[in-house]
Design a protein around this ligand. Structure first.
Ligand SMILES: [Zn+2]
Length: 224
């Protein structure tokens, strides 16, 4: 494959927002460098990007930007890359024998498109059917936030949250729906400010039992 053809197809993957794997593509040595060194190096490189664009880095308003961006990347918006930031999930015994569906809807999340590094933001709706243990509601939010704080494609984000819940809750009966706006679609490219993207993950009863799935969809008032 010639270089031009290769580049054309890379650009196409980005524009079409096609992800290539379920796991976030990370190198083995991703965390050999500590966070402080990462901030220092990203700051240096971001300053260079601004320099190349001809921005005056001695300007009072701009001079702190490289450091701010570097810190934001490592400690905030991409902190979910590092497994050490994964929320510890504490389970509770389901003493009151609630074995109906639990739905947590309208969980706000902010992520970043891995093809353009601009925000993806929207709502996540999560459901599970307890098999004997339950999880604190805030933990569901934290799991959503953790996987959101990575460069992402929405399909992978949805699957990663779903699989994590299966693992944590010890049940296959998990559903996740995400409805999100992509800044790379609204503020550039086709400049479509109205469209949102819906992705879903259905496992166990949500996948095989139409009634469970419909009940969930009814709760979040998205008709099929
Ligand atoms: Zn994008």
């Amino acid at each position: 494959m010639g270089i031009d053809i290769a580049r054309a197809s890379f650009e196409e993957i980005g524009e079409e927002h096609v992800g290539t794997s379920f796991e976030t593509p990370l190198r083995e040595d991703a965390f050999e460098m500590d966070d402080d060194l990462k901030v220092e190096l990203i700051e240096k490189h971001f300053r260079e990007i601004m320099n190349i664009m001809g921005l005056d880095l001695t300007d009072d308003s701009l001079k702190g930007t490289p450091h701010r961006v570097a810190k934001m990347y490592v400690k905030e918006v991409f902190s979910g890359l590092n497994p050490k930031n994964k929320p510890a999930a504490k389970l509770f015994e389901n003493k009151y024998k609630y074995n109906e569906m639990l739905v947590e809807k309208d969980i706000t999340f902010h992520s970043h498109c891995e093809h353009h590094f601009v925000p993806i933001y929207g709502k996540a709706h999560v459901a599970y059917i307890s098999n004997g243990s339950v999880i604190g509601l805030s933990k569901i939010n934290r799991i959503v936030q953790y996987f959101s704080k990575r460069p992402q494609v929405q399909e992978r984000l949805t699957m990663q949250i779903g699989n994590e819940l299966i693992e944590v809750l010890g049940t296959q009966d998990v559903a996740v729906i995400m409805d999100a706006y992509h800044m790379c679609v609204s503020s550039r490219g086709v400049n479509d400010t109205n469209s949102s993207t819906v992705t879903s993950f259905f496992s166990g009863k949500f996948k095989h039992d139409e009634q469970s799935r419909n009940e969930f969809l009814k709760y979040i008032s998205l008709e099929k």
